[in-house]
Design a protein around this ligand. Sequence first.
Ligand code: T4K
Length: 411
Amino acid sequence: MNSSNKNLQELSIFGGQPLFQEKLYVGRPNIGDRTRLLERINDMLDRRWFSNSGPFVQELEQCIADLLGVKHCIAMCNGTVALEIAIRAAELKGEVIVPSFTFVATAHALQWQEITPVFCDIDPQTHTINPWRVEAMITPRTTGIIGVHLWGQPCNVEALEEIAQKHNLKLMFDASHAFSCSYKGNMIGNFGDAEIFSFHATKFFNTFEGGAVVTNNDELANKIRLMKNFGFSGYDNVTYIGINGKMNEVSAAMGLTSLESIEEFTKINYSNYKHYQAEISDIPGITLFPFNESESCNYQYIVLEINEEETRISRNQLIKILHAENVIARRYFYPGCHRMEPYRSYFPHAGLLLPETEKLAERVLILPTGTAIEELDIIKICQILKFAITHSEEIQNRLSLNVLKTVLVNS
Ligand code: T4K
């Protein structure tokens, strides 16, 4: 397809054949060396050691700690439980300031333990929590701040550290997107009281399901380690209320195997990012979120912002067009946590303090990348976008006509 020679009716949304026969997803898992993975799983079966801090989990924790230059890595069954345990171990309570523009797990990890997430607006340039707004959200009930390194873009760590110190607050980072990323040359994982990763299947580095808390705080690490294993310290001795947050050995085997391919995954993501950048640069009204190439970055999200005033076609209409062509683009993280339950009911007017979050949630569109995508796919995806924008007026007319027809048929 070429944006100039395709006819409107060839668009799949108007009855044409989808451009892709198979669906292209955001978050398709990266898979490393299968043979190595299967060998490891065989070893595990031979050993009959499947969970409870087995040798693969211990090896993975050490490898991650070494990679990040952090003292402690505690592997967990997923990122959400890792967040919940870190929050509890750090004794957060009352209110904690978080961005609303994040995956809902960041807020849920607090509310699950009856801590109120206080939603703070973001900086529209970095998409991360705006430190200048954080200070205005602090009340006598505030005990902490959780920044989110969204898309792998680090928060303004220094400004947040300063605020946390000034107000005697705990500071943590939801680093679910930022494994293998750096901030001012230091690896993410070394900031605040603790940082939390997700190694979910959709993440650039995955352990099927999994996550970890990393920290340089010995006391906190010790507590987290006990809490993720029911509070057991020794066979019969329970020292804290705990939960089962353990990573299993199959996940750790996948993690060790994925780690061996991490450079290759990054290289592919970077190359995809550069191809998208080249293709998108001449599309009016669409910008690609720019990563800082002087830092270590995993480039795992391709984040577009759609400026409808220029594109003359909405983000939601573009999503419909892409989905019809089998490109399953996503609206991460629409509509913002504050507009999801239970937060929408608890804080019906939260949006008044979140203008940048609400604006961005209407503009963001995430496209597929990772090892399952090829250069030609990227070219074709961008051609769909170019075509839709070049023909925005005709598409709008046609879509309105279709809506009208449906109304008439149903009336
Ligand atoms: N904090 C942040 C900032 C996060 O982004 C996340 C997770 C967390 C905390 C919590 O960490 P975990 O507890 O999950 O470890 C997906 C993931 O499930 C979620 O882990 C992730 N963030 C979030 C950004 O994306 P959904 O609701 O979009 O999932 P779903 O089922 O729509 O799948 C996403 C896409 O991935 C689909 O297009 C299909 C594709 N996919 C998915 C799976 C599982 C595959 O191709 N293969 C697969 O095996 O949340």
